[in-house]
Design a protein around this ligand. Structure first.
Ligand SMILES: *Cc1c(COP(=O)(O)O)cnc(C)c1O
Length: 402
């Protein structure tokens, strides 16, 4: 008896938390993914900004294979040389003096929040625990980070929201200053809002926040989980604004597909996180950090960030041209480097589906924005190819509505 070609799909045994499409991928190569049916897709999503080096990169495969032959995991009660080495590299390349490794972005933000609160606790100011955050932001899905993000849709139905967060519309320094009170301990912001709609903060706003923090004795926490690790053409997006944070959450690109995250801090702030204050079973294990070391070496190698900056400009040019060609359908162009997006008229979910039928993978963001997060190794030709597909999908939409 032969097996039917398309057996009736079994009911999924997984939580229904994602509106999944039935499409499955079997393998990836560079900026392309191949479905189980053997169809080729151009990947402008990168697993939401994770696959920074594309798929199947030789260097990180080698690092993973070599480490997997030796040792996968030991407890953080032992010294882990792979983690020490990666932390040294991060410290050398950033504002930070110390690193805590996590498995995800939300955990990195959680660590940032705990570190800020504990810093003031240690200064005998436990009444300072409130964090000013921003509307349109996304910081993760744990109970702490949904409170930090403040998106009502993510908070509702999950019991009392963790207290200690105030949300202000980004861009308004006066409003931020007015929100500062006796209880305020920090300001938390994504330098480029990802999920919220690719809203890049301007330089003056970022330096204004730094000044407010200095003037009012607050800590500046950056969530660079999505916009960091080379995504905008600098190693971290804060470098564009000429300021430095006190604490920063990192993830997504740091493991380029292996679950890894990190919370970075200055020596002064990290000093309060002594034994017993925080921990993670897996965070920074040998396997994850072996990959992390290969990723950071690749991203900080000569010419890599310059390539991201240049291709980011090409992407921006294509978006601008498209907005000129379809002024009624492409309403705005946003973002920075290879973290970009276009606010469009077609309903975003439908349009992402339509692009998929043209074999281009993108993801939606808030405010009906089509989000582009291609692997950082993307070429100008790949971008040209993607925009042919986007034009075709816009033509489809136009012919359907006229
Ligand atoms: C993705 C993301 C997070 C959460 O990361 P997870 O790994 O999903 O926990 C937090 N902040 C920002 C800015 C993100 O883009």
């Amino acid at each position: 008896m032969s097996t039917p070609k398309n057996p009736a799909p079994e009911k999924s045994a997984m939580f229904g938390t994602y509106a999944r499409t039935p499409l499955t991928f079997e393998r990836g190569e560079g900026v392309r993914l191949y479905s189980s049916e053997g169809e080729e897709y151009l990947d402008f999503n990168s697993g939401i900004g994770v696959n920074a080096l594309g798929h199947s990169d030789k260097g990180i495969k080698k690092a993973l294979l070599e480490q997997s032959e030796k040792l996968w995991h030991v407890s953080n009660i032992y010294t882990i040389p792979q983690a020490e080495k990666l932390a040294q590299k991060l410290v050398k390349a950033t504002f930070a003096d110390a690193v805590f490794f996590t498995n995800s972005g939300a955990e990195a933000v959680e660590c940032a929040i705990k570190t800020a609160r504990h810093y003031f606790f240690d200064l005998k100011q436990p009444e300072k625990f409130e964090i000013i955050a921003f509307t349109g932001s996304f910081h993760g899905r744990t109970l702490g980070t949904i409170a930090a993000g403040g998106n009502p849709a993510y908070v509702e139905g999950f019991g009392p929201t963790l207290p200690g967060f105030t949300h202000i519309a980004p861009g308004d320094l006066k409003a931020v200053e007015n929100a500062i009170g006796e209880a305020t301990c920090a300001i938390l912001i994504e330098p480029v809002q990802g999920e919220g709609g690719l809203n890049a903060m301007d330089k003056n706003f970022m330096s204004g926040l730094r000044k407010l923090c200095d003037r009012h004795n607050l800590l500046l926490i950056l969530d660079e989980v999505q916009c960091g690790y080379g995504r905008t053409g600098k190693f971290f997006a804060y470098e564009w604004s000429g300021i430095e944070p006190d604490i920063m959450a990192v993830a997504k690109g740091i493991g380029a597909g292996f679950p890894l995250g990190a919370c970075l801090a200055t020596e002064k702030v990290a000093a309060s996180m002594v034994p017993g204050t925080h921990g993670s079973t897996y965070g920074g294990n040998p396997l994850a950090c072996a990959v992390g070391n290969a990723v950071i070496d690749h991203i900080l190698a000569d010419g890599f960030l310059a390539h991201v900056e240049k291709t980011g400009q090409v992407l921006n040019r294509y978006m601008q041209q498209l907005m000129q060609k379809y002024p009624d359908l492409v309403l705005d162009v946003r973002g920075k480097g290879l973290m970009a997006g276009m606010k469009i008229k077609p309903p975003i979910r439908d349009f992402v589906d339509s692009l998929r039928s043209h074999k281009l993978l993108c993801v939606a963001a808030g405010d009906n924005v089509l989000r582009f997060l291609p692997p950082l190794i993307i070429t100008e030709d790949d971008i040209g190819e993607a925009f042919k597909k986007i034009s075709a999908a816009l033509d489809d939409f136009q012919s359907k509505t006229h």
